[in-house]
Write a new protein. Structure first.
Ligand code: ADP
Ligand code: MG
Length: 616
């Protein structure tokens, strides 16, 4: 038999390698930014068009490359960063595999211009699918500019797999954040389709974080600092009250590389225990420095998982360091959240600042004194007749109506009243009485037995269908705000807000300007309580971002889901009689009453037979 093994030609090998290194435009951004940093740049520009599909360009003012180096840099395993395997144990640079440029050049049109300080003129190279198509001498500033156009031009399957420009831009932005957050001493500019979306001047870590995530972030940060033999930890955590419902602002860096570590994440969450609710995520920006030989150096270009030698120790140190910071900066536990949801802080109360508890000392107090002397009996301490937890909320009623949210939320819609009783198999002759069980379920009777409705899920279903309708037919009722509300958003949040603005307007939101960090809200849908507008919009943006990334649902559907999730009555909320009835009616007026928008059961019927059995 003839020999059948062949060596793959280089350009084919490069294309295969590219599949590993370059998954999407954001991967190219990461590699190019890292190279610019390794080149000792002090100012870096990132220019992107159409989510990186049309163009990704990185311009730096680093050391540049000689003509030979420029040509070599596109060869596989061409790197200036290591020369022996031993170097791997003491890496100071981000790159070392010499794979990135070769891979990128295999699947895109690449144009590079570069000049070193010692030369008067620079070199320009154009490469298409691994082939150098031209080389010229050019006038160029010291440093390097690499533009990558038409990514995946020769792999249509890959190109078709890319998501919308907005989604790709978000991945790029995430990558940009990860790099910019570890190099506050480098100036960054980021342009998308011609407009500057980030301008990050040099500064300290804290300022860098604020420049990226908005000025409101700065006051939320609590510094973290610890130095042990194993690790040096620095950075910031966000105060617990600013914990978010999304995983957005959580960053670990090990030796100046962004890493993902569910294990260390857990350590942080454990330190926050008791300070934030279960489904909330604390924000953090934590920089770890460890001996390079103590982490797994075989860092894959696209992977961000690392392996530490002594993870358990790291876990313990991290957790106690953060606890310490939380304690030191007076963010000590006040409430235990693992309790009866009935005790949850009412919605409007959260917006108010905490007041210091007053401690009154009775200077005449003597534990040995007889009760007849005017003190309490039984050893001195007598619990003041406690109003229990309700006392916590004293004074609240005067300002806000806690139940307002609920009753407004489940407004009964006149014409559909009684639908289930007329044509449904659930029918009973007339409106049955309802009651609320543990502020969680609404119970009523139907012909076949007992109807138990999950209040939160049912309301989600009702709102979901309502919003979906409104978004498509634009008929949301808006409540105009007497005093427009000014809210601040980060640039990234603004991008999302603009994206969903039309849908939001359709359901009743009204915005005055969306150009600045500060947005004026002039109107909101009827179901949104004025006190909660900021929170609702924050969550909306966070959830929308996540939801949109996950599936390929329509924008209307994602938004309706997100809105319903955030605006539905919660478990633990009191519903008055009217709201309970409205909930029942509106639920059965839905097209799909049985499931919540998240495919969970909204109600169940316990049959008379089942009840009978209990008594047999
Ligand atoms: P690696 O970064 O792993 O060395 P790359 O393929 O990313 O591999 O880059 C190959 C080489 O090209 C680098 O080692 C470096 O010498 C050179 N290089 C790439 N980008 C730049 C740049 N922006 N400025 C100067 N040199 C660069
Ligand atoms: Mg590199």
């Amino acid at each position: 038999m003839a020999d059948i093994i062949k060596l793959l030609p280089d350009h084919v090998a490069n294309q295969i390698a590219a599949g590993e290194v370059v998954q999407r435009p954001a991967s190219v951004v990461k590699e190019l930014l890292e190279n610019a940093i390794d080149a000792g740049s002090t100012s870096i520009k990132l220019i992107v068009k159409d989510g990186g599909k049309a163009l990704i360009q990185v311009v730096d003012d680093g050391i540049g490359m000689s003509e030979t180096d420029a040509r070599l840099s596109f060869e596989r395993h061409a790197t200036s960063k290591i020369s022996s395997a031993q170097d791997l144990f003491n890496l100071q640079t981000k790159g070392f595999r010499g794979e990135a440029l070769a891979s990128i050049a295999a699947i895109a049109h690449v144009d590079i211009q570069t000049r070193t300080e010692s030369k008067e003129v620079g070199t320009q190279l154009k490469i298409e699918g691994s082939k150098i198509v031209s080389q010229d001498v050019v006038a160029a500033p010291v440093g390097t500019s690499i533009s990558v156009k038409n990514l995946f031009f020769n792999i249509p399957a890959r190109r078709n797999f890319l998501k919308s420009n907005q989604v790709e831009l978000r991945h790029i932005t995430d990558e940009f954040h990860r790099v910019a957050l570890v190099h506050p001493n480098i100036e960054f500019h980021f342009y998308n389709n011609g407009s500057e979306i980030f301008n990050l001047p040099k500064g300290k870590h804290r300022q860098r974080i604020a420049h990226i995530f908005g000025s409101k972030m700065e006051s939320r940060l609590v510094p973290v600092n610890e130095e042990t033999e194993v690790v040096r930890i620095s950075g910031f955590i966000c105060k617990p009250e600013f914990a978010k419902k999304s995983r957005g602002e959580q960053f670990f860096f090990a030796n100046n590389r962004f890493i993902k570590s569910p294990y260390l994440h857990h350590a942080v969450v454990a330190a926050f225990e008791g300070l934030i609710k279960q489904d909330m995520y604390p924000g953090y920006f934590l920089y770890l420095e460890v001996d390079p030989s103590s982490i797994d150096i075989n860092i894959h270009p696209t992977k961000t998982e690392v392996k530490f030698d002594d993870e358990n120790t790291l876990y313990a140190i991290l957790r106690s360091t953060i606890k310490h910071s939380l304690g030191q900066f007076n963010v000590a536990p006040v409430l235990d959240f693992d309790h009866d949801p009935n005790l949850d802080t009412p919605y409007a109360y959260k917006e108010k600042g905490a007041t210091l508890p007053k401690v009154t000392v009775d200077p005449t107090f003597n534990p040995f004194q007889d009760s007849s002397m005017g003190r309490s009996s039984g050893g001195g301490f007598q619990k003041k007749s406690s109003k229990g937890w309700e006392g916590l909320y004293e004074g609240l009623e005067k300002d806000v109506d806690i139940e307002e949210f609920s009753s407004v939320a489940i407004e009964s819609e006149g014409e559909i009243q009684g639908t289930i009783y007329e044509e449904d198999h659930l029918a009973e002759e007339h409106l049955a009485a309802t009651f609320q069980l543990r502020r969680k379920y609404v119970v009523s009777t139907v012909k076949s037995g007992m109807l138990v409705i999950h209040q939160k899920r049912a309301h989600e279903r009702i709102l979901f269908e309502k919003f979906l309708g409104e978004i498509t037919v634009k008929e949301g009722v808006s409540q105009q705000l007497l005093f427009p509300l000014e809210l601040t958003f980060t640039k990234q949040e603004l991008v999302i807000l603009k994206e969903i603005k039309d849908s939001l307007t359709n359901i009743g939101f009204a915005f005055e300007s969306l150009e600045e960090e500060t947005v004026k809200v002039t109107g909101v849908p009827m179901v949104v309580p004025e006190s909660g507008i900021g929170t609702v919009l924050d969550r909306l943006i966070a959830d929308y971002k996540e939801g949109f990334m996950e599936g390929s649902l329509s924008q209307a559907e994602v938004l309706a889901k997100v809105l319903s999730k955030n605006l539905a009555v919660r478990t633990g909320e009191f519903l008055d009689q009217e709201s309970q009835q409205a909930l029942v009616n509106n639920l059965f007026a839905c097209k799909e009453p049985t499931l919540s928008p998240f495919q969970k059961l909204t109600y169940t019927i316990i049959s008379e037979g089942d009840i009978d059995k209990k008594f047999s």
